[in-house]
Design a binder for this molecule. Structure first.
Ligand code: UD1
Length: 349
């Protein structure tokens, strides 16, 4: 029998790539998503890649009654991977209540129901945002947590604490907290990828949309930072590598290999790249000239951050080793596919 894993937010960007890797590894993922920031068509993409159409339930995790019914219906879930959350930093500043309600209530409902249904394992999507601007780079899991600069960032810190406290109070419960650096790219098949809503906030979707002609130019936010070329530095991690880390985390839990009841891993490549390095590499890989302009710094941006991923390398046996060229060409291939869809939609309307 295949082991059942509940993937909340499983039609989202990182969730959908993880569902594919779970299926590839022989698990039976069950998706819960309310499609608030994703599309039901993602299920077809997953099916085209894996040959399997995952079980899907359109449920809002804030709805305790529906979630309870879900657990009554699907027995034998062995672990939960909780992706479902709102994730736009700027939006969270404008709509803090929505962010607190969405991200925190959802997790509270899950951890409240887990013991009732004998589910002991939860993997949580956290973020490098919990470290703020670190004094020492690269960032290890021991680096200090800094006061959050946005409601989004604060929800990640609160959710980590909710999990720690619940695990402490619940016999048998275990959790792995995964702190992602900057996820980018799409599945190499271009069947699934990132689907930004409206004008993208994140760098790579903005780059590809500019390259395809949807945006007139990219604004590089700041070239006066204390970095070699003056633009900000981040650790860009391929979404498929990131997805595989979730499978390894689930296996570590189910194989009883955890050394503590809560473990934390940084998921990054260990290499920092500047915005301008990404822009230049993207032009080289795609062969497209990307119009860009240096613009003022973006409020709230930190100067530089990259991971020390050695704990995840050692304990999970995981490494983000996809070459940057392949990652950036996956972004471009995905944008070309989206463009094809947009053109088809236009013809049909
Ligand atoms: C932010 C969050 C991170 C979250 C991620 C996903 C922080 C510190 N980081 O990452 O936790 O997981 O969003 O939503 O809160 N840039 C441009 N032009 C653009 C867009 C971006 O120059 O049009 C630059 C930014 O200034 C930054 C880099 O590209 O230096 C990456 O930006 P972005 O993709 O938005 O991610 P972060 O802000 O690093």
């Amino acid at each position: 029998m295949k082991k059942r894993i509940l993937v909340t937010g499983g039609t989202g960007y990182i969730g959908s790539h993880t569902v594919v890797e779970l299926i590839n590894a022989g698990f039976e993922p069950i998706i819960i998503d309310n499609l608030s920031n994703s599309n039901i068509g993602v299920l077809d993409g997953i099916k085209r890649i894996t040959g399997v159409e995952p079980i899907f339930e359109n449920i809002d995790l804030k709805d305790y009654v529906s979630l309870n019914k879900f657990f009554q219906k699907y027995e034998g879930i062995e672990a939960i991977i909780n992706f479902a959350a709102s994730k736009a930093v700027g939006e969270s500043v404008k709509m803090p209540v929505m962010y607190y309600r969405n991200n925190i209530t959802s997790l509270l409902n899950l951890v409240e129901l887990m013991p009732k249904y004998g589910i002991n394992h939860i993997v949580f999507s956290s973020s490098c945002t919990v470290y703020g601007q670190p004094d020492v780079l690269p960032v290890t899991e021991q680096s200090p947590i800094q006061p959050a600069t946005s409601p989004y960032g604060y929800t990640k810190q609160v959710c980590e604490n909710i999990i720690r406290d619940t695990v402490k109070a619940t016999v048998g419960m275990k959790s792995i907290l995964l702190r992602y650096f900057n996820p980018i790219g799409a599945h190499p098949s271009a069947e699934i990828g990132e689907l930004p809503n409206g004008v993208p906030n994140n760098l790579l979707p903005f780059v590809t949309q500019t390259a395809i002609g949807l945006r007139s130019e990219l604004k590089v936010f700041g070239n006066d930072y204390n970095t070699p070329d003056g633009s900000c530095i981040r650790d860009y991690i391929y979404v498929v590598d990131l997805a595989k880390a979730h499978v390894m985390a689930v296996e570590r839990m189910l194989d009883k290999k955890m050394k503590r009841s809560v473990e934390v891993f940084n998921l990054g490549t260990g290499t920092g790249l500047s915005v301008l390095e990404i822009v230049n590499k993207f032009m080289e890989v795609s062969g497209v000239n990307l119009p860009y302009q240096i613009a003022p710094r973006r409020e709230g941006d930190i100067e530089k951050v990259w991971a020390d991923p050695s704990l995840a390398n050692k304990e999970l046996g995981w490494k983000a080793d996809t070459p940057l060229e392949d990652v950036l060409s996956s972004c471009w291939k995905w944008e070309l596919k989206l463009q094809e869809r947009r053109e088809k939609d236009q013809q049909n309307s």
